[in-house]
Design a protein around this ligand. Sequence first.
Ligand SMILES: Cc1cc2nc3c(=O)[nH]c(=O)nc-3n(C[C@H](O)[C@H](O)[C@H](O)COP(=O)(O)OP(=O)(O)OC[C@H]3O[C@@H](n4cnc5c(N)ncnc54)[C@H](O)[C@@H]3O)c2cc1C
Length: 463
Amino acid sequence: MNEADGTNAIVIGAGIAGLIAARVLSDHVDRVTVLERDRLPDEAVPRRGVPQGRHGHLLLAAGRRLLDGWFPGLTGELAAAGAVPLHGADLVRHQGGGYRARPDLGFLAMSASRPLLEDTVRRCLLRQRRNVTVVDQTAVDGLVVATDRIAGTRVDGVEHRADLVVACTGRNTHFLDQLAELGFPAPEVAAVRVDAAYASQLVRRGPDDLDGALAVVVDDRAGGHRTGTMVPVEGDRWLITIGSRHGEVPPSDPTEFETFARELPSPTIADVLTKAEALSPVLTHRIATDQRRQVERLRRAPAGFLVLGDAICSLNPIHAQGMTSAALQALALDRALRRYGPTSPRLPGAFYRRAGRAVDVLWRTAVGADFADPRTTGRRPVGTGLVNRYRNLVSRACHTSPVVARQALLVQHLLARPVSLATPAMMLRVLLATRRRPGHPTSAGPVAGEHTLRRPARSRVDR
Ligand SMILES: Cc1cc2nc3c(=O)[nH]c(=O)nc-3n(C[C@H](O)[C@H](O)[C@H](O)COP(=O)(O)OP(=O)(O)OC[C@H]3O[C@@H](n4cnc5c(N)ncnc54)[C@H](O)[C@@H]3O)c2cc1C
């Protein structure tokens, strides 16, 4: 590459983080090349480098909004490919011993398999950003080091020069280790042990399966054992994922999987499993820790190189925050690039500080919730015990108060800050709501009773 070609960036990894990073970079450099180790399939099917893609993946509303901004038309393309629009009221959630009220928040997200989401984002990226190229079957094995900066990547011994390299190679990225070997400090890694295990199966979706509702979460977070999710995906299928923690591994035998689902605190998911046609085997996945590389604390980082996505922060999937975390980090990258440009030695520090702030809220929420299970080990965020006691009250209040349930849903989708559930007015509502019996109607709107899954009337569209 010579000067006349302008500035260029290489993104390593074409997962969700890599694709979004490439989109952001395409506004700031002349050329972006994404290098991916896997062969990228022509169709939306799981691939080797993203094994978690076989499990339920919900993009939170905050992430969906960012992606819609970067990729105009994405929602329409997902819908055309069979993804299912989810509104607040479509979501049934059983938590803390009862069903939550189902306030309508309007449109939240498109429910699709992870391969379809990734495939559609990649197609939008390549069609809409002419300065981006994706090269598959290309494993990057090292970084090219100049005196005081990273100057490119190495593939099969061949150097590919770049002004900026962004590694989006997931949770087990090894590029930071390589920097450490070169004498740069390695970030400290914060890890909280959850020993989570997941099992998923695709089954045929019938229109009346949930009495009109479109997604279910059965969560025993306070007890800390199992969580089941059932989300609609393209091809009229349900993707059912059941997770458990601390060594209990969901079975991969279909009959035992159904029995396992039956032991959830609500029978909703097991009832569908019993009668639905199975469309896939039951597949499992394990994740040992919530993990965060504290890049924001690095005293020195070489110019020309960044990591982004799960490489920075990878959380227990039960919180469904990973892809939104990548989007928030990409937003941080955009802001840092606007300030310093792609070649500045100040870019890494500026990006890492912003990305660190973005993932901090996610980390505190997710890790804090994981500590509701007494078997979780690691460093607790300050105030976790108190916050979790209040969280339990909020869970109970959600059974009877649509206002509290609405705010909790906004917080879960990162559309409101967690402190919004702790204003004096909200705390009063929470306390009053916990005194009501589930199923008791309130003036604020419809309440789902213990066995009522019927969908409340739609209100407005939240766009
Ligand atoms: C069971 C499970 C369920 C989940 N559910 C949700 C959910 O509901 N919602 C949500 O938001 N998140 C969810 N997540 C988290 C989500 O999967 C991750 O946060 C997200 O995939 C991170 O994206 P990434 O691009 O950083 O990494 P990855 O998806 O891991 O992608 C890394 C990419 O880099 C490539 N690569 C690696 N090394 C190289 C190399 N040397 N050269 C070239 N390419 C390379 C890989 O092939 C891969 O394509 C879930 C995770 C799990 C495990």
